[in-house]
Design a protein around this ligand. Structure first.
Ligand code: GN1
Ligand code: MG
Length: 377
């Protein structure tokens, strides 16, 4: 945390971190607390504590309660999921599982005096990657998310809460876009007509998987729902996944939400907010690595119908997230953190370019899936 040029906000944050650390049962002095990761929603800090000279690091997070409106239920979900995953890891002899710190009343979170909600985790080894630069990494990330779904396949009742209702309801995301266009609160609609038309031309894609689910052809499962590739920790030494993180949106969903977001964030070499659109395209060999890794881990439980829609899911989820970025741009950047003017617009444009690239390669992607399954398409 900067010292010389501490702003008032920094000082308030430091005071809040101190309160949260105590509230979550950490003793000793804070050696440092600095921003951690590149999430767009919560505030995440790496905190080093020193107790009698022994340093221990934790990850503390201030939950964005504008977005996660029911933090109690959110943390109830997370606590159950983390315990379930820890039991699976333990049974495999794997000691790298996430654990939640607890407040003195036993709750897996702490409410600071200003009302903010904080939670804390042990720091696991491994690193997260915003872009994927090797086929091995792509395959391993996909394997990790497939294994994650597999671990949750026997999750006991009651049903997890929807931490954000209608999160992957793509038709609703389109409705929100139309509403933002109609309201045009910050007068940006005129400048993004092209992007709005791009989305509208794909409106039909939006409800396809949900219609199959409604018709009973795709099963509901417990999914991660935010499988941006930087949400898996990979050990540098071994190249193996250590753990899946960012469990806020683990809830009932379709497996395609997870595979699709992996395609979006791993099969493209450029970051999500790339401005040079010539760098934004789907690398076919990376898609292949994702498919192999994912099927390796999840293939055992997927139905034929679920497999069939895996290639399409890359286009769908990339489109959905592009629509969300565009909507946020039109609403005046109220949801995703931005770090420069037009950041959400840049993100939307990159997503839409990637959608085009996936569309062009879709039949080849489907052929590859068919070959892998050893069946005629
Ligand atoms: C957000 O929290 P983070 O940055 O991992 C968002 C995802 C988007 C992603 C786009 C709760 O994820 O849905 O796909 O940004 N999470 C939420 O980068 O909205
Ligand atoms: Mg994240």
């Amino acid at each position: 945390m900067p010292e010389a040029q501490d702003t008032k906000r920094d000082r308030e944050l430091i005071a809040e971190v101190r309160e949260a650390a105590r509230g979550l049962g950490l003793t000793g002095e804070i050696v440092f607390a600095r921003p951690h990761g590149s999430g767009h929603i919560n505030d995440t800090l790496l905190v080093e504590m020193s107790t009698n000279g022994a340093p221990v690091r934790y990850v503390l997070q201030r939950v964005n309660t504008r977005i996660f409106r029911d933090p109690e239920r959110l943390m109830e979900n997370m606590d159950r999921v983390i315990r379930h995953l820890a039991a699976k890891a333990c049974a495999r002899g794997d000691r790298n599982a996430l654990e939640l710190l607890r407040a003195s009343d036993g709750a897996p979170f702490f409410r600071a005096s200003n009302g903010n909600v904080w939670r804390g985790f042990n720091l696991l080894p491994g690193r997260s990657h915003d872009v994927v630069l090797s086929l091995d990494l792509a395959r391993e990330a996909a394997r990790a998310f497939g294994a994650f779904q597999c671990d949750l396949a026997d999750f006991p009742p009651p049903r997890l809460h929807d931490t954000i209702p209608y999160f992957h309801d793509t038709p609703r995301r389109f409705e929100a876009l139309e509403q933002a266009v109609a309201e045009d609160r910050v007068g940006r609609a005129k400048e993004v007509r092209h992007e709005i038309e791009f989305a509208r031309a794909r409106r039909e894609m939006a409800g396809r998987l949900m219609a199959l689910q409604l018709a009973g052809r795709l099963p509901e499962r417990i999914t991660h729902n935010d499988t941006k590739v930087n949400n898996v920790l990979i050990a540098d030494e071994t190249g193996r996944a250590v753990a899946v993180t960012d469990l806020d949106t683990v809830m009932p969903g379709l497996v395609h939400y997870d595979f699709g977001d992996l395609v979006r964030t791993s099969a493209c070499a450029a970051p999500e907010d790339e401005r040079d659109l010539s760098r934004v395209f789907l690398r076919f060999d990376y898609f292949e690595a994702l498919l192999r890794g994912y099927l390796d881990a999840a293939g055992g439980f997927l139905t034929a119908e679920e497999r069939r829609w895996l290639p399409f899911s890359g286009a769908l989820i990339t489109l959905e997230i592009g629509v969300r970025f565009l909507t946020d741009h039109l609403q005046g950047d109220v949801y995703f953190k931005i770090h420069r003017p037009n950041h959400n617009l840049d993100r939307a444009r990159a997503q839409f370019r990637l959608v085009e690239s996936i569309e062009l390669q879709l039949s080849r992607m489907e052929d590859l899936l068919g070959q892998m399954q050893g069946t005629e398409k």
